[in-house]
Design a protein around this ligand. Structure first.
Ligand SMILES: *[C@@H]1O[C@H](CO)[C@@H](O)[C@H](O)[C@H]1NC(C)=O
Ligand SMILES: *[C@@H]1O[C@H](CO)[C@@H](O)[C@H](O)[C@H]1NC(C)=O
Length: 447
């Protein structure tokens, strides 16, 4: 008996000894391989300031805790550094740029358009839509889609903006003096607006699927953010085994359910010969004045001469008919050669998400900020009173140009609480950042 268990114990010991004696060299070899193969990157990274990490795992411990705790930790840490910070997440090097001039080098470039590996978690949801795609595909699709968000297209939607805004205000009014989360309301409202405008689905045919969709998107984003920070949720096979993997399947059914329904309905309309071409009469008769007002009215960025490629394409589109987003996709999808059915679906999923989520976040932050600063809110109301007087009439595009104080409040809210606080890119070549002189080149690699 005693001999038997001793033998078993020694067998167990030797099994784990064998395991360890294989694992440890494997880790050491990987470590050495990593150090040698990435020597150039590691050398350059040495020159960039960042918090001390532990061997092997680097700064991974900073990402422990709930997303709230993690955000606070990282935010607090960021004040100890200047405009550029590095973090090591195991073998993965992250460089954070905060100087707008450095950020501009990346974002205005035609070369650094490869999305970072983190974006891959969006793939089951958005396929290869604009958020994830890169290279020629991204360029071609962006050029195709950009004109559908031209200011003149957006202007033609102002009645729908007015109607939906009134609806959501009436619904929030019912909350009375209670505390409530305005983001639920803003999300549903922006989804409804997007469905009615870019997707061209009329209200009368809708149910509460807009709300369900918005809530599913919020939960889906929570899961994606978890996968960005919790390393064990990164591999698909492991993620699939967790509760989150199962939740994701259910949420994607709701999300794709709505987009499929929208596309199917539009396809039917298209087949039966219904085409929505936006009326562009006002624009063509006084295109010049429209252009000028739009430039000074839009935003500080545009007033300062910073142009988006939405405007650069202006001349391409000037004489053509203008179409809303889904109408254009339907036509492009019809020919097959421009977009396949799958690509249409991916772009609709992408725009349904990106078109509402950021606007909803910005609107919710704005309302919260106004709630925290009643004196500022009072000035905004005063400005609106000066424009509308006692009238209850709907707002026109011209009115919005008069809302100068409101616009500044919106800009300041966007500055303090950007709806997209982090944008990530993978850099595959050495990159010199203008203002930062110490490490002349930064190299990030796919890992
Ligand atoms: C994980 O689950 C998704 C959705 O069911 C599936 O498409 C994917 O192939 C799975 N991946 C792995 C590695 O099991
Ligand atoms: C689709 O093809 C038709 C004729 O074949 C053409 O008139 C139309 O411009 C094409 N649409 C697109 C988006 O290329």
């Amino acid at each position: 008996m005693i001999a038997g268990s001793a033998a078993a114990a020694s067998a167990g010991l030797s099994a784990s000894t064998v395991f360890l004696s294989l694992l440890v060299p494997a880790l050491v070899l990987y470590y050495i391989y990593f150090k040698i193969s990435r020597r150039h990157m590691i050398e350059l990274a040495e020159k960039i300031p960042g918090p001390e990490g532990l061997p092997l795992i680097g700064n991974t411990l900073l990402l422990l805790g709930s997303s709230d705790t993690m955000f606070r930790n990282l935010y607090r840490k960021s004040f100890e550094y200047d405009q550029i910070i590095k973090l090591w997440l195991g073998p993965k090097l992250l460089i954070f740029l905060m100087d707008p001039r450095d950020v501009e080098i990346i974002l205005s470039s035609n070369v650094y358009i490869d999305k970072s590996a983190e974006y891959r978690f969006f793939q089951p949801w958005l396929g290869n839509g604009l958020l994830i795609s890169t290279g020629p595909k991204w360029r071609a699709h962006r050029k195709l889609i950009a004109p559908t968000f031209h200011l003149n297209v957006l202007k033609s939607f102002i009645d729908l903006f007015n109607a939906n805004s009134r609806t959501v205000v009436e619904r929030m009014r019912k909350e009375g003096d209670k505390e409530f989360d305005c983001h639920d309301y803003m999300s549903e409202c922006t989804v409804e607006i997007l469905l009615e405008t870019a997707m061209g689905v009329s209200k009368s045919t809708q149910d509460r699927s807009g709300y369900e969709y918005a809530m599913a998107v919020m939960k889906m984003c929570d899961i994606l953010h978890l996968r960005h920070t919790k390393v064990w949720l990164r591999p698909d096979w492991l993620f699939n085994l967790t509760k989150y993997g199962k939740d994701q399947i259910r949420l994607l059914e709701i999300i794709h359910g709505l987009t499929k329904k929208v596309i199917a309905r539009k396809k039917q309309e298209y087949k039966s010969g219904k085409r929505n071409i936006l009326h562009d009469t006002e624009q063509s008769s006084n295109a010049k004045t429209a252009k000028i007002t739009s430039v000074e009215g839009l935003s500080f960025g545009q007033a300062a001469g910073l142009k988006d490629d939405l405007d650069v394409d202006d001349n391409d589109v000037g004489e053509k008919k203008r179409q809303a987003f889904l109408d254009l996709l339907m036509e492009a999808g019809q020919n097959g050669s421009v977009l396949t059915d799958e690509e249409v679906k991916e772009q609709v999923d992408t725009i349904m998400f990106e078109g509402h989520d950021t606007t909803a976040a910005a609107s919710s932050f704005f309302l919260s900020v106004m709630g925290c600063h009643p004196d500022i809110q009072e000035k905004v109301i005063q400005e609106l009173d000066e424009i509308f007087g006692d009238s209850d009439r709907p707002a026109t595009f011209q009115d919005t140009l008069e809302m100068k104080y409101l616009e500044r409040c919106l800009m300041e809210t966007l500055r303090m609480y950007p709806p997209v606080p982090v944008i990530a890119r993978t850099i595959n070549t050495d990159l010199k950042l203008g203002e930062f002189s110490k490490p002349d080149f930064i190299r990030l690699e796919n890992s």
